[in-house]
Design a protein around this ligand. Structure first.
Ligand code: GLN
Length: 195
């Protein structure tokens, strides 16, 4: 496939592990675009909100009308939030509360796993084809009070950790830190379908 035809997928490049997402997108046959300004949202087919520190990312978004324009983008285009990104996409945030985009019908409870298990690498069943999936959790949130439109694609115990609601996807783990590219491919496919 020529580079001209690859979907252009933005990665919010304010803070966190956006470089690993850009690499993962390349491996999933998309063209990554680092997004640092709200006007850059106009040129992309989809967007990843990476993990990091959601409060820090939010503080940057409060400048230059970025938050409002991101909210607008998330209401009309495919978006994928991982860890802190999933927190930012949720309808409400707890522990402590903070502002959020509200594109995903779920409540995010930050740092929801006790101190000793707040970071872990687990392998669990997934609805994605290809067998069990490795999942890297780093001070992960828990998604609770999910709306009926949210489809669960993987779980950690009883907690949904990978979900999709139409064009919005969320993972409470870091798929960009595993070698397996199925999660990014799944998102890129959803971007291609909506182009
Ligand atoms: N604990 C972070 C937060 O609350 C998220 C951690 C992560 O993205 N790895 O924003």
């Amino acid at each position: 496939m020529s580079a001209v035809h690859l979907p252009r997928v933005g990665v919010l490049a304010i803070q966190g592990d956006y470089a690993a997402h850009a690499e993962a997108l390349r491996e999933a046959d998309a063209e990554p675009v680092e997004i640092r300004l709200p006007q850059q949202l106009a040129g992309i087919d989809g967007l990843i909100l990476p993990g990091g520190e959601s409060t820090t990312i939010l503080r940057f978004l409060e400048k230059n009308d970025f938050f409002a324009q991101l909210k607008e983008f998330c209401s009309s285009s495919p978006v994928f939030g991982t860890c802190a990104g999933a927190i930012l996409l949720s309808r409400a945030v707890r522990n402590p509360g903070q502002e959020s985009v509200g594109a995903l019908d779920a409540v995010a409870e930050r740092n929801a796993y006790g101190r000793q298990i707040d970071s872990a690498i687990l392998t669990a069943e997934t609805e994605l084809p290809g067998g069990p999936l490795e999942m890297v959790f780093i001070r992960a949130p828990r998604l609770i009070e999910l709306g009926s439109g949210v489809e669960g694609l993987a779980k950690r115990g009883n907690d949904p950790v990978l979900g999709r609601e139409g064009k919005v996807m969320a993972a409470t783990f870091h798929p960009e830190l595993s070698v397996d590219r199925r999660v990014h491919k799944y998102f890129v496919d959803s971007v291609i379908c909506r182009r």
